[in-house]
Design a protein around this ligand. Structure first.
Ligand code: HEC
Ligand code: HEC
Length: 428
């Protein structure tokens, strides 16, 4: 959905969206990194969260009747896409293709609100925060309107259509119990209530921020990393080598579990993905912060091509990476970081004159926004230096320690029955 439509939906559901939410990040007061809340938020109301769970798994809330939030955000995959489904189909007939990869919904609880005036890690001031790849949604409840109304997602015409479905849902009585017997007679309020319920579910700690990876156990002193995982962490943290932790923070200043993102926006130069049908149009570009999904920052040319740094928690359970899902394995991603500047012909197509069409997913005039800090090495045809081939294996091993549900090995554990199977998508 376009930001304009989001704003009008905000207006419909009065008081729902933060003032100026999608429109005026620029007006917000400066925030600095410590403004990120130090710990997880208070647990949501259990009744509301349980109702939100019903909504989240309910395909009848889509125009097709086939698409629930959980179809794209599958609990078996850290609320990210199931295999081969990162670029999802949606719409009334389930044939409208996506333009962006489905992100995981885990570890969003501390994403600060979007602002263009955040004091950044490098000391400058710039954009950070907000939900979605371009930060255009200010809160989980505001974000939920994007898929509910998105023509290539759940494709509802408006709040009233959603509420008509809620009224017929198996959990309608639960909805009345939570929000009052006459809730459905005021559709705009009922819709706002539905968004609140979804948000409450998405803030359930055990589901959405369990902090149960091997790396969390390691930070708590309850697990040892293998030699390879340790080497991977060293490359990840070292400013002269991977420099990954510069953006994907592996520690937090206050000792709370790190989120592997600084919430900032960067242009990493992800190659154009020909599997996105919209890309068949040579004039179409998904430029992140400067549009076209977001419409309030289109004049800020220095923001074109910038996307929010995603968390790397649970990244090893994905099979599509970057905002456009262009890469299919973690190895490809790390090789890209290793080789983008030195061996660009490995990653980008050639122009008719034989030159490399580097950063081909942005109009030529905007390619100067490309991030060139380490591990990127600047010179084409030079020596690969920052990340060696052995480092790639080590980095991947380390990123695998970020998957939730770590079970420490040991005799007592081995004697126990296997861990309970995760809930199936579509259940509930
Ligand atoms: C057709 C697949 C699909 C469905 C159905 C879907 N989503 Fe998403 N979701 C996406 C994609 C793709 C994005 C990234 C959107 C963007 O960056 O513009 C996303 C982003 C999000 C985000 C922001 C994540 C972040 O990292 O900032 C949240 C929260 C979210 N979805 C919640 C929901 C909820 C709640 C529902 C059901 C009401 C839902 N989604 C239904 C595909 C889907
Ligand atoms: C300058 C900041 C920055 C640095 C340094 C950086 N990243 Fe990233 N990373 C990003 C951004 C921004 C994205 C999303 C880019 C996009 O979608 O176009 C990303 C995406 C990723 C993804 C894909 C995640 C997903 O859910 O699709 C992986 C994996 C990743 N980075 C790993 C690494 C590793 C490993 C390193 C070090 C070798 C590293 N990053 C260094 C900013 C950074």
């Amino acid at each position: 959905m376009q930001a304009a439509a989001l704003i009008s939906a905000c207006a419909l559901v009065l008081g729902l969206c933060a003032p100026g939410a999608a429109a005026t990040g620029a007006a917000a007061a400066p925030l600095s990194r410590p403004a990120v809340p130090p710990g997880p938020p208070a647990a949501p109301d259990p009744g509301l969260a349980a109702l939100g769970r019903r909504l989240f798994f309910d395909p009848s809330l889509s125009a097709s009747g086939k698409l629930a939030c959980a179809s794209c955000h599958d609990p078996r995959y850290a609320y990210g896409p199931p295999p081969h489904k990162a670029l999802a189909l949606g719409g009334p007939h389930m044939n409208r293709p996506a333009t962006r990869a489905v992100p995981s919904l885990r570890y969003l609880e501390r994403v600060p609100p979007f602002s263009v005036k955040v004091t950044l890690g490098d000391g400058g001031v710039g954009p950070a925060g907000g939900l979605t790849w371009d930060g255009r949604a200010a809160s989980l409840r505001e974000q939920a309107m994007i898929p509910l109304f998105g023509p290539n997602e759940m494709a509802n015409a408006g709040p009233r259509q959603v509420v008509a479905k809620l009224r017929r849902a198996a959990y309608a009585a639960q909805f009345r119990l939570e929000f009052g017997a006459r809730v459905f007679s005021r559709p705009d309020e009922a819709f706002a209530d539905a968004l609140l319920a979804l948000e409450a579910f998405e803030r359930t700690p055990a589901e959405f921020f369990p902090y149960s990876s091997k790396y969390d156990a390691y930070l708590r002193g309850e697990a040892q990393l293998t030699a390879q995982e340790k080497r991977g962490l060293e490359v990840f943290d070292s400013p002269a080598r991977g420099n990954c932790a510069n953006c994907h923070l592996s520690r937090s200043a206050d000792g709370s579990p790190p989120l592997f993102t600084d919430f900032e926006f960067d242009n990493i130069g992800a190659p154009r993905n020909p599997r996105i049908p919209a890309n068949a149009d040579p004039n179409y570009y998904d430029m992140g912060l400067c549009g076209p999904q977001r419409t309030d920052l289109t004049a800020r040319k220095s923001y074109c091509g910038l996307f929010r740094t995603p968390t790397l928690r649970n990244v090893a359970v994905r099979d599509a990476f970057f905002h456009n899902g262009v890469f299919g394995s973690l190895r490809q991603v790390v090789q890209f970081y290793q080789q983008r500047d030195v061996l660009p012909w490995q990653w980008y197509p050639r122009n008719a004159d034989g030159t490399i069409d580097k950063v081909d997913d942005l109009p030529v005039a905007l390619r100067r926004n490309l991030d060139i800090d380490p591990p990127f090495e600047g010179r084409e045809g030079g020596q690969i230096g920052a990340i060696s081939d052995a480092d790639i294996d080590d980095l991947i091993a380390f990123m695998r320690t970020l998957t939730d549900g770590y079970q420490p090995p040991g005799p007592q554990r081995a004697a126990q029955p296997p861990a309970k199977a995760p809930p199936a998508a579509g259940a509930g």
